[in-house]
Design a protein around this ligand. Sequence first.
Ligand code: CA
Length: 123
Amino acid sequence: MSVAFIDSHMVEKFVENSQAFDKCIEERFNMLDMNQDGVLSRDELQNDANDSSFVELALQSKEEVDSLYDVLFEKFDTEKKGGLNRNEFGLLMKEVMLAKAHGFGETPVCVIFQEDSLLRRVV
Ligand SMILES: [Ca+2]
């Protein structure tokens, strides 16, 4: 784990640097896709959430996490197949990162990173 200060501009810059961001998405996707079928099921995604690296700051309770996933799947699982492909996952991560960035606002926030956190790449 490590600690750093981060603000919304840093996150936006990272997300807009598509090469670096795509690489992170690729790595993260491969890590999460346990059965390697090229699709992230809800369970696979939620493994990540349980590590708290995916939704580290945004959410508290299990109920909140569950309802977040309902919304995310509704929105990003465009083919309604109960999983996200790489492209959909990338869009989702972008949205989550930008939502976090928005939450940070102009004031740098002190963040404690999990070892594999995406946000850690921002710093
Ligand atoms: Ca899978």
